[in-house]
Write a protein that binds this ligand. Structure first.
Ligand code: FAD
Length: 434
């Protein structure tokens, strides 16, 4: 009998495994994929370790990284990001005053300063609510003098107060414009994005590998390449899991870090839940991302002035683009011509070219809609409504917990859902181990 089975060796599953194993529990992490880190992991194409999903960090608090006992460097190119606006470059410099100067080219330096002040206040206020075993309710956050405003005001109105429309894409993706400005705050870390690095290696694989090693050091067992077919329940209580190869593993608790949609509808089965819950989760239609990856024999170059900023996060009209040495990834689906407008590609040198669709992501990660946040980050699924009002990290099944991107505070690489879910299990442990 295992104490806790964790479904998913994504970053949240690994974070949870560290917290639980350090507390002395017997922890087994299962993932059908051969790599650790889930969407924050990597796969090898054309001989290079290329991120399969996430490529930059910024939302995972440094205190959490330290507490987990992993050590990574922050590689921050300068400028961190470059945005192409009507053929002109807008550079997001590391130095704040330089950013203000950059925006002053359009006479918008003061506006940027005021907006960034508000975003900084947002993050200071948010810290009080992040590490909670019971997610904050919308009402509680509405009562917060800073966060309340970020919930009442829409992203488009918040951004529109400071900047003209053509600058908004720098701060938020289009689908969030009609969502609370909370999303602008969430997606714009004050300490900025960075690439994880260690011993001269730069890339998401560094982070995933470090986290995986920390999980093993903590005493957790991590089995890659072995998925879960079913969560087994008896009398509304967890019994264990059935693996893809037909083995039953008994456990006192199960923590699922895959999408709550898949957890409820596929792994448990809708017969265990009220119809309004299954309907709510079934109704989610928002899809995932496209990803284009290209690996070349030689260094990849950009056209014109952009080539000076090859290491930066490049916000090109067709999607965010990253170049590390010999590989390029785009989160988007550019045509060959669109790509070649910005990137010098010698097709004879190209060793590997890959396109991943939302359907591919759905299949690879077994996540509904291939959704990179597991659930939409829309108002209906924010705060204590993520995934279902009143659940938090628990479910109506005794011993079944959830703790991936589909729980508070939400998607992206934050580590917080996994951390909070593990702490919730520890809090409940005396009741679970009866
Ligand atoms: C293209 C793309 C670009 C992104 N870019 C960024 C970025 O730059 N920065 C950022 O912060 N975020 C980014 N994200 C989002 C971020 O990667 C995810 O939100 C985050 O990694 C989710 O972490 P998680 O641990 O909650 O879930 P996942 O990483 O999805 O982990 C869940 C794990 O569960 C496993 N699993 C599912 N079903 C089963 C089963 N039945 N049995 C066993 N295992 C199972 C899956 O294989 C997976 O490994 C991006 C995502 C994508 C797809």
């Amino acid at each position: 009998m295992v104490d806790v089975i964790i479904i998913g060796a994504g970053h949240n599953g690994l974070v949870a495994s560290i917290v639980l194993a350090r507390a002395g529990l017997d922890v087994l992490v299962l993932d059908h994929l051969p790599w650790p880190g889930g969407m924050a992991g990597w796969h090898v194409i054309g001989g290079e370790e290329v991120p399969i999903g996430a490529y930059v960090l910024g939302l995972i608090p440094n205190e959490l990284i330290n507490e987990l006992g992993i050590s990574i460097d922050h590689y921050r190119p300068d400028p961190i990001a470059v945005y192409v606006k009507d053929g002109e470059l807008v550079r997001w410099w590391r130095d704040f005053n330089r950013r203000i100067d950059e925006f002053n080219r359009w006479g918008l330096g003061d506006e940027l300063r005021s907006m960034w002040d508000e975003i900084s206040k947002f993050h200071r206020a948010l810290r009080n609510y992040l590490f909670r075993t019971e997610p904050p309710s919308r009402e509680e956050l509405l009562n917060d003098p800073v966060l309340g405003e970020f919930i009442r005001v829409r992203s488009r109105d918040f951004l529109g107060k400071y900047l003209p429309r053509e600058f908004w894409d720098m701060f938020i993706f289009e689908p969030y414009l009609d969502q609370p400005a909370f999303m602008v705050g969430y997606y714009n870390p004050i300490n900025d994005w960075y690439f994880p690095a260690k011993d001269g290696e730069v890339g998401m694989a560094v982070f995933a590998r470090e986290l995986y090693r920390a999980a093993l050091r903590s005493g957790a067992r991590v089995m890659l390449g072995l998925g879960v077919r079913k969560i087994v329940i008896e009398g509304r209580k967890i019994k264990g899991v059935l693996t893809d190869d037909g083995r039953f593993i008994e456990s006192k608790a199960v923590l699922s870090t895959t999408s709550p949609v898949n957890t409820v509808l596929d792994l448990v089965g809708e017969e265990y839940f009220d119809e309004n819950i299954t309907n709510r989760l079934r109704s989610i239609t928002v899809g995932g991302a496209y990803r284009v990856a290209l690996v070349s024999n030689g260094a990849i170059r950009l056209r014109g002035e952009l080539d000076r900023y090859r290491d930066s996060i490049l916000q090109l009209p067709f999607g965010e683009t990253i170049i590390h040495g010999n590989y390029l990834i785009v989160t988007g689906l550019p045509t060959r011509d669109e790509l070649e407008n910005y990137v010098v590609i010698n097709w004879d040198e190209v060793k590997a070219f890959e396109i991943l669709t939302p359907q591919d992501y759905e299949k690879i990660f077994r996540v509904a809609g291939g959704n990179l946040n597991h659930l939409p980050m829309f108002e209906e699924f924010l705060f204590d409504r993520r995934p279902v009002p009143g659940w938090g990290y628990t479910t109506p099944i005794k011993g079944l917990y959830i703790g991936g991107a589909g729980t508070w505070p939400g998607g992206q690489v934050t580590g917080i859902p996994g951390y909070n879910a593990a702490r919730k299990i520890l809090k409940d442990w005396s009741k679970l181990s009866d």
